[in-house]
Design a protein around this ligand. Structure first.
Ligand code: HEC
Ligand code: HEC
Length: 238
């Protein structure tokens, strides 16, 4: 008798659990994300480079991060209050909405140039000289940008053996598309400024909710230059 009761109550609670399983709704998520749009953009493509893009990010990763902001395990002063008001169902709806959006492309990283104004007071010869110098500087800046992106790409694909940095593609995918079942985030098309900030947060142990501290282990081996190169490379991935 006891056994049957137990069996009945177990199957009842399983039934109740199944009843609670909520598959997110894109439409509901769109409505619920209205308060997020001011910072993250209407469809998850934020215009401010310190606010991460959420468009096309996988649902699993978004859910994990929103819970982390909510329970305080991920630090984010702006996000803590935003996430605290969301129920589990809201989080799932919002996550499927963002996953279904397309991430926009970024512009190429800016060239590092000081633009000297060419004053009309100068003689024709002086002006010509300055123009020549500006053209040469631009050429150098273009080459430096190319070298930086190539370096970022190399670390992304191959890692860096000497400093024991794992290849990013192993977890984030060859196109930076992430790994949905594993909840590894997509990176492609993210803003470079946010990537630099968040990699430095991992490095300084300000962002610590990564399981087994994977990203801290990796980021703490990266130099500032490497972080910059890889962030800009990722920002140009489509
Ligand atoms: C006032 C601006 C602001 C608003 C409004 C806002 N966010 Fe954020 N959000 C941020 C900032 C800044 C970060 C980066 C936090 C950090 O430094 O790690 C962030 C990070 C996130 C992340 C983590 C992204 C990643 O790639 O790890 C998610 C998910 C997120 N926000 C979802 C939301 C949702 C959902 C809402 C609406 C309910 C919302 N945000 C509203 C500013 C905002
Ligand atoms: C062993 C798997 C693994 C490898 C290798 C790896 N990552 Fe990650 N990465 C993760 C996981 C898991 C997360 C999410 C951690 C969390 O919850 O904070 C993450 C998060 C990130 C984020 C934060 C994304 C966001 O939207 O906030 C960045 C940026 C990142 N990784 C960059 C890199 C770079 C660059 C490399 C290569 C140098 C790399 N990762 C290698 C597993 C990995």
């Amino acid at each position: 008798m006891k056994k049957t009761l137990l069996a009945v109550s177990v199957s009842l609670s399983l039934f109740a659990m199944a009843g609670n399983v909520h598959a997110g709704s894109i439409k509901a998520g769109q409505d619920k994300s209205a308060t997020c749009a001011g910072c993250h953009g209407e469809k998850g493509n934020s215009l401010v480079s310190m606010y991460p893009k959420l468009a096309s990010q996988n649902e699993e990763y978004l859910i994990k991060q929103l819970h982390a902001f909510k329970d305080g395990s991920r630090n984010g002063p702006m996000m803590a209050s935003m996430a605290s008001g969301l129920s589990d169902e809201d989080i799932e709806d919002i996550a499927v909405f963002y996953e279904a959006q397309k991430v926009t492309r970024n512009a190429l990283p800016p060239l590092e140039l000081d633009d000297d104004e060419i004053s009309d007071d100068l003689t024709g010869e002086q002006q010509a000289e300055l123009k020549e110098k500006a053209a040469a500087d631009k050429q150098v800046a273009l080459e430096e940008r190319e070298a930086m992106l190539a370096r970022g790409q190399d670390v992304f694909i191959n890692g860096h053996l000497e400093s024991e940095i794992s290849a990013c593609i192993a977890c984030h995918g060859p196109e930076g598309e992430g790994n949905k079942p594993a909840a590894f985030p997509a990176l492609n098309g993210q803003h470079a400024d946010y990537l630099i900030k968040t990699l430095n947060d991992y490095k300084a142990a300000k962002r610590t909710n990564s399981s087994e501290n994977i990203m801290r282990m990796i980021a703490q081996r990266m130099s500032a230059e490497e972080i910059k190169a890889i962030a800009y490379y990722i920002s140009t991935m489509k």
